[in-house]
Design a protein around this ligand. Structure first.
Ligand SMILES: C[S@@+](CC[C@H](N)C(=O)[O-])C[C@H]1O[C@@H](n2cnc3c(N)ncnc32)[C@H](O)[C@@H]1O
Length: 272
């Protein structure tokens, strides 16, 4: 994967915003204002409302501002859907490199299930897929498309509530999250213990990882502030890295994100 080269393939309209230019200063000013006014992440009820009122493609993918973080700066583009295009690109990379036939894919915090739809479009069997969420409206969306689903709250659901396939054939299962562990903040311990207990064949995450920012970099400092204010995932990568039971196969900082943070790092690991 070479996102710096490949981004041109699906967006030849983007341009870099020049470092320290007036244009960049205005963007930074707007980010600071936004962080000051920021509310906490959505509650379970709010997620329920979000998924009952949207199509399968999340609304946040339609970005009217068309300014993104990329490669330690900002870019602007004609393409409202660049974020979706990047996610498509990352999912395709994951599909080709890690999703083999004869495995089951289980996504936690799957929302509308658009990640699962894309893996099916790429060739993954629809019958080997499970989506789960703590928003019932999200599960209804999956059911209406014939995708197996189950209620699971990463904060406090238990091992017994997992699908049978994960209990009986764990090594044939791939656990996947995308912007979902993000929501757990520093309260990821319960789910982390469950991940280990699952003993799955592979764990794949596309998530914001606060550990990857450079604390001395101005733009990264803003992203760190945003991450804290939203109470996003904090400490998960550190926890994996200090465990002698875990082998991290890939940890890629893609450097792509919205104006505010980089939500699309790739983290892939196995238990030893
Ligand atoms: C940012 S959305 C990401 C949805 C989807 N994975 C995607 O890539 O579009 C976060 C999702 O996590 C779910 N979620 C948040 N906290 C959760 C929890 N404690 N247990 C299960 N799902 C949760 C929300 O309902 C929502 O669907």
């Amino acid at each position: 994967m070479n996102i710096y080269k490949d981004i041109l393939v699906f967006d030849n309209t983007y341009r870099e915003i020049i470092k320290d230019s007036d244009e960049e200063q205005v963007i930074i000013h707007n980010i600071i204002n936004h962080i000051n006014d920021l509310k906490a992440k959505p509650t379970q009820n709010q997620w329920n409302d979000i998924w009952s009122s949207t199509t399968n493609i999340p609304e946040w993918f339609n970005n009217q501002q068309r300014i993104y973080r990329f490669n330690n700066g900002f870019i602007t583009t004609q393409n409202n859907f660049l974020e979706k295009d990047i996610v498509d690109y990352l999912r395709t990379y994951i599909y080709r490199k890690y999703l083999h036939k004869n495995t089951w894919l289980i996504e936690f915090g799957c929302g509308s299930g658009h990640n699962l739809d894309h893996f099916v479009d790429l060739g993954y069997s629809k019958f080997n897929i499970y989506g789960s969420d703590f928003a019932r409206s999200a599960l209804q969306k999956l059911e209406s498309r014939g995708i197996a689903s189950f209620y699971f709250d990463m904060y406090n659901s238990e091992y017994e509530e997992l699908p049978e396939v994960l209990k009986f054939y764990p090594k044939d299962c791939i656990v996947f999250t995308c912007g979902a562990m993000e929501q757990l903040g520093n309260q990821f311990g319960h789910f982390y213990n469950l991940l280990l207990k699952m003993n799955a064949g592979l764990y794949i995450h596309i998530e914001p990882l606060i550990e990857l920012y450079d604390q001395d970099n101005t733009l990264d400092k803003l992203a760190i502030q945003y991450h804290h204010k939203r109470q996003y995932l904090n400490g998960f990568l550190d926890r994996l890295q200090i465990s002698n039971r875990i082998n991290i196969l890939e940890c890629t900082r893609t450097t792509f994100g919205t104006l505010y943070n980089e939500g699309y790092n790739i983290l892939i690991w196995q238990q030893t």
